[in-house]
Design a protein around this ligand. Sequence first.
Ligand code: ZN
Length: 343
Amino acid sequence: MSVAFITHPDCLEHFTGAGHPERPERLQAVRNAVKASDLEASLSPLTPEPVEEDLLAAVHTPRYVELVRRLSREGGGQLDPDTVVSAASFDAARLAAGAAVTAVRTVLTGENAAAFAAVRPPGHHARPEAGMGFCLFNNVACAAMAAQHEYGRTRILILDWDVHHGNGTQEIFYRSRAVMYVSLHQENWYPGTGAMNETGAGEGVGFTVNIPLPPGTGDAGYRHLFEEVVLPVTAAFAPELLLISAGYDAHAGDPLGGMALTARGFHALTTLVREVHRGPLAAVLEGGYALRALGHAVTATLGALLGRPAPEAAGGLSEEIPYAAIRARARAVRRVLRDSWDI
Ligand SMILES: [Zn+2]
């Protein structure tokens, strides 16, 4: 199966300031890890263009896009205490969204079976009229809009495994039944949204699936939630396109999350999803702040997409939380879902 790898050096030019966790070194670590792996020769490199204005306008208000443009032109500014715009950020953010759109185009034209967009700034917290949580433009939402508007797709699934809830993506598609949003995230964590009973509104009821997880959930726990919730609901929805908001801050080594996933776990989750959804798949990088862990986890994901074996198990890690709590959570989410889905 052919897999595209999409990135752009100008995404390194978005500067967030000394000590900020969302730093250019993250993307450099991903690029270096791919180079150092034996995967690079098997990947099709693609170079993105900045996202088109009409796609950006389908996700964000003109007033907000203009604010980011103006702050960049003026040399920079802050959208909130965490979210920085630098001189090159407007261009970097348009390339990040453009890379996500390129990923969708290459898989929906059949040129590649899957694609991974290695970009920053990340996107899933970005709301229609405001950036937040390190995110400027909602990259994965632009990609979903391209699939709808350019390719007429009406069943798009966004699977978000970043440790934080993608409040922006949820908000953008909350009333849509064309775009299902499924998020696994740490409970009672930034940004505070993503409760189980947030299931969508209007005709979109049932098309938002939130799976808040207790801190300490690791490879086996995530696998259980996939088997009990994510895979059944994916099979029931039968997406024509699967987008992954691929954040890696649920890795055991990440400073911004309290979860216990390993690179091997990300390989397993990717493989599980691939067994249920064999159609077009595009993953877009979100968070992930431990540089080595991020590199390992991204190459594990790419390896799974290429059908390569899982990386070696990391030593010294174990599941910290009682498995009973995970089983109870899976049952609780299934109870909510049964109002909408026959699972
Ligand atoms: Zn995150």
